[in-house]
Design a protein around this ligand. Structure first.
Ligand code: NDP
Ligand SMILES: N[C@@H](CC=O)C(=O)O
Length: 437
């Protein structure tokens, strides 16, 4: 069985390592030897890890994909990856890819091409690194009805938020560390602005709800607007800040069923299992009607963990070639509408400074009520350590922390706008969603 690897970076190098060092075991599991026939890179003159035989390196990826039975795409980006995958499929090769950006942008074209050619297209490594989550959603739970998928699916941002919370690092320092450890994308903006998590959310939502969800359908917010103060306040109120990806069934205003998919930072109660997901680890909760709640946890980024997921797929598709048969074919048969961001329902925590005098809280509460947002709890917090300390201490300003019951994003946005317009409100410091309570 001829295997070609496209890309020899963080992931590709580890794929080559496993193919080389585990060759005998892999042959036994597949029922045929896996022969690495080439490794495509941009620059063949760059010195590589010694595990990579220099004789296998080639800059001719187009030629390489026509000489393989299984093509592993770990180069990333949209083009030429997309063209190479389609070319490999045309030549009858099975494809394994870790490329979530491409799948979130143009997955259905690739699925359709693989289906038409009768070959496998597998992509376990595209979501949450080493964690088996694509296969469970695509195969194990396909007899059930998934209601919600919620998780931490970006290792870089989880690493960064963890370092900010526990070691007081600033965002930039923590991103540099994540890059050095091989977690970050080639352009870490994809991680910190939430594009990478949004791509993964789109893939999971498409599989879970049998509906076409692309990157543009995902309501996305990254972690760059979060401040050290937000991180510290999260801890003071018994929460941890996490970048979450959420895909769930919902309803439009007229009751039409649909799916809502979003990525944003959220406060997670410190007692919730997601709060304990540290460093570059990922965790995904799946709620299905019959199965109930399931949680998948593990290393979500890095060369070796991701290569493990890639090799799992390589063995699966290679076995199909040896024994006959094919893996699942993707279809968007349910074709549910993707609901706008405003339809999302969640709880919120709002921090604001108000003039400290009788009746102010009632005024703020009235605004929430006007917008149909119900208050779960209000706290007047102890004096903070910022520039307002004197005013707070002198009793001129009160800092309120308001937690709401679940409300729609639309209602919340309207509420915040109205609250900002009250003359007794000095400033709205932050509005954060609360999930997992
Ligand atoms: N890093 C991680 O933790 C994870 C990554 N992924 C995904 O895996 C894929 C690879 O990521 P990663 O290994 O980190 O990326 P890297 O940037 O480390 O490696 C990319 C590799 O692809 C090669 N390459 C890029 N463009 C071309 C091209 N046009 N022609 C030939 N070769 C090319 C590069 O060649 P050269 O070396 O010559 O520059 C390099 O070897 C991406 O899709 C990423 O999203 C998925 C899960 C986790
Ligand atoms: N950059 C990604 C890598 C894995 O998908 C991450 O940080 O999770």
């Amino acid at each position: 069985m001829r295997v070609a690897v496209l890309g020899c970076g963080v992931v590709g190098t580890q794929v080559v390592r496993l193919l080389t060092t585990q060759a005998d075991d892999l042959a036994a599991r597949v029922g045929a030897p896996l022969q690495l026939v080439g490794v495509a890179v941009r620059d063949t003159s760059v010195e590589r890890d010694p595990v990579v035989d220099p004789a296998l390196l080639t800059a001719d990826a187009e030629g390489l994909v026509t000489r393989a039975d299984v093509v592993v795409e770990v180069m990333g980006g949209i083009e030429p990856a997309r063209g190479l995958i389609l070319r490999a499929i045309e030549h009858g090769a099975a494809v394994v890819t870790a490329n979530k950006a491409l799948l979130a942008q143009d997955g259905p074209t690739l699925y359709a091409a693989a289906d038409a050619a009768g070959v496998d297209l597998y992509f376990e490594a595209a979501v949450a690194g080493a964690i088996p989550i694509v296969r469970p959603v695509r195969e194990s739970l396909v007899g059930d009805r998934i209601r919600r998928v919620l998780g931490i699916v970006n290792g870089t941002t989880n690493y960064v938020l963890d370092k900010m919370a526990t070691e007081g690092l600033d965002l930039e320092q923590a991103v540099k560390e994540a890059q050095a450890l091989g977690y970050a994308e080639a352009d870490p903006t994809a991680d910190v602005e939430g594009y990478d998590a949004a791509a993964k959310a789109a893939i999971l939502a498409s599989l879970a709800f049998h509906t076409r969800v692309s990157l543009d359908d995902v309501d996305r917010e990254g972690i760059t607007a979060l401040t050290a103060d937000d991180v510290a306040w999260a801890a003071r109120t018994g929460h941890v800040l996490k970048l979450l990806a959420i895909a769930e069934r919902g309803e439009a205003e007229d009751g039409t069923p649909g799916v809502q998919v979003r990525v944003h930072p959220a406060l997670v109660p410190a007692s919730h299992p997601l709060a304990g997901v540290r460093g570059a680890f990922n965790a995904v909760f799946v709620e299905a009607e019959a199965a109930g709640e399931l949680m998948f946890y593990g290393r979500g980024a890095g060369g070796a963990p991701t290569a493990s997921a890639v090799l799992g797929d390589v063995v699966s598709v290679a076995r199909h070639r040896v024994l006959g048969g094919r893996g699942p074919v993707e279809s968007s048969y349910a074709d549910l509408p993707v609901l706008p961001a405003e339809a999302a329902r969640t709880r919120y925590q709002m921090r604001l400074d108000v003039v400290d005098r009788p009746g102010v809280l009632a005024q703020v509460a009235a605004v929430l009520a006007e917008h149909g947002v119900s208050i779960e709890a209000v706290r007047q917090t102890p004096v903070g350590d910022d520039a307002l300390e004197n005013a707070l201490a002198a009793g001129e300003i009160a800092r309120l922390v308001i937690t709401t019951h679940a409300a729609t994003e639309r209602a919340l946005r309207g509420t915040v706008e109205s609250i900002e317009g009250l003359d007794v409100v000095r400033r709205v410091i932050s509005v954060l969603r609360v999930e997992g309570a």
